[in-house]
Design a protein around this ligand. Structure first.
Ligand code: PMP
Length: 466
């Protein structure tokens, strides 16, 4: 990133960097550079690659933001967006409907586990989470239990940037300086085996998490808790894969206590873990609702949604308040262009991309795991085609590095020089490339990451901070 003053001439110029530093507010800005910052300018994308403004080709390591699943510049997707726009570019979802959204809902429901049968479309992940939670509130109001509204979430969670969804986030630095609705959320321990108490087995850690969940429900009272929301694999928290069976056990506690279990699959759905939805196929779960976004269009169009169970909808239809109105809808709900491109994206996923992702995932994980040889690396973990390299100051104590060493950003800087874009997360680097990545490209990705981490180690040693 670059602050306007430092950008010098560029800050004055009318090129994209100059314009950005004068007119663009970037997402997640720091106060000190808000409205005066430029980021790596990307000009083109092609397959797993993006090209920066200097013409340098980079592997898109994070797949944009876990979303460019079938890769950049897919002619089929561009074509369908053009064709749909020429046929019907928009219709108001309040009192008209379009065919692509109905067809997409059917296809998505067909992939969803349990009795998840209906889809409410949104503009992305935050609005999907917001919809699921507002639906829970509405459901409990209609069912005559207005006190059953608290939401259980976890440390390490990321559920979005709207007010309600952001209130559930549990990542470090998500909450400092930010206001949220603390009254609605109860936070549980992150299911992070790497950060489990010293001397505790992973199995015992799983038991601890389940006990904590059970105790929390008992302490607060199930009659006050409306939902649990969790990412099957916590993505932005650092690709945290929970202990075996933990999610299933939580799901059972929710079932017994009539607490809705919401799987936030904004990252894990549409191929990242090798299936359209991971809840059922990978984790054996049957959530009451699943939120999705990102990979549903491979990032070509802002679209998300919630898959809702037949049981819940039936509960509403049979309630004593048939006139109760769920006052919730977005101008772009069921957008025909978004749904059309999602349908074609599903064709690509089902037609080979999913199978490919499943095929290369073990190789991807094994190759990345070899980076644990590097002394700065505390752990490499992951699942499917998402992984995280967590750096530590000391492997024995697992103590993190000082925040201001910005180790993730340093690794990203070195890797960008070498041809790989990395997603830095404080002391971690996320790798979640487009699902079409080949073995040869995985080799290149890992080689560059290894070199980037080695250069970072050298630099930290030279500065005497490590
Ligand atoms: N849930 C999860 C698990 C996410 O990773 C994200 C985005 N990173 C969101 C929700 C929010 O999605 P969006 O940015 O599309 O609003």
């Amino acid at each position: 990133s670059m602050v306007a003053e430092e950008a010098g001439a560029a800050g004055e110029a009318d090129d994209a960097v100059g314009l950005a530093t004068r007119h663009l507010v970037q997402p997640w800005p720091y106060a000190g550079s808000a409205g005066a910052e430029a980021r790596t300018l990307i000009g083109e994308g092609d397959g797993i690659y993006i090209t920066d403004a200097m013409g340098k080709r980079l592997i898109d390591g994070p797949a944009g933001m876990w979303c460019t699943n079938v890769g950049h510049r897919r002619e089929e997707l561009a074509r369908v967006m053009y064709d749909q726009s020429m046929q019907l570019s928009y219709n108001t979802p309040w009192y008209t409907m379009n065919a692509p959204s109905a067809q997409l809902a059917q296809r998505i429901a067909g992939h969803a586990p349990g009795d998840l049968s209906h889809v409410f479309f949104t503009t992305g992940g935050s609005t999907a989470v917001e919809t699921a939670l507002r639906f829970m509130q509405f459901y409990n109001n209609v069912k005559g239990r207005p006190d059953k509204k608290l939401i259980l979430s976890r440390g390490g969670a990321y559920h979005g940037s709207t007010y309600l969804s952001a209130s559930l986030n549990g990542r470090p630095r998500s909450h400092d300086w930010m206001d949220g609705l603390d009254a609605i959320a109860v936070k549980l321990t992150a299911p992070d085996p790497f950060r489990r108490p010293q001397g505790m087995s992973i199995e015992a850690f799983g038991d601890f998490l389940v006990e904590e969940f059970r105790d929390t429900v008992a302490r607060i009272g199930a009659e006050r808790i409306g939902a649990f929301i969790g990412e099957p694999v916590q993505a932005s928290g650092g690709v945290i894969v929970p202990p075996d069976n933990y999610l299933k056990r939580i799901r059972e506690i929710c079932r017994v206590n009539d607490i809705l279990f919401i799987a936030d699959e904004v990252v894990t759905a549409f191929g990242r873990l090798g299936s359209i939805f991971a809840s059922g196929e990978v984790f054996g779960l049957d959530p009451d609702m699943i939120t999705f976004a990102k990979g549903v269009t491979s990032g070509y169009f802002p679209l998300g949604g919630v898959v809702i169970s037949e049981r819940l909808l039936e509960g509403l239809r049979r309630s004593n308040h048939p006139d109760a109105l769920f006052g919730h809808g977005l101008t772009y709900t069921s957008h025909p262009v978004g749904c059309a491109v999602a349908l074609k994206n599903l064709d690509l996923l089902e037609g080979g991309v999913l199978a490919h992702a499943r095929e290369v995932a073990p190789y991807f994980q094994a190759r990345l795991k070899s980076l644990e040889e590097l002394p700065l690396v505390g752990e490499v973990r992951g699942m499917g085609l998402m992984a995280c390299v967590e750096c530590v100051a000391d492997r024995e104590s697992k103590n993190p590095l000082e925040l201001d060493t910005n180790v993730g950003e340093r690794i990203d800087r070195h890797c960008q020089e070498l041809g790989l874009l990395v997603r830095p997360l404080i002391n971690m680097c996320v790798m979640s490339p487009p699902l079409v990545i080949t073995r040869g490209q995985i080799d290149t990705l890992v080689d560059i990451l290894r070199e980037g981490i080695s250069r970072t180690m050298e630099e930290l040693r030279k500065e005497g901070v490590w």
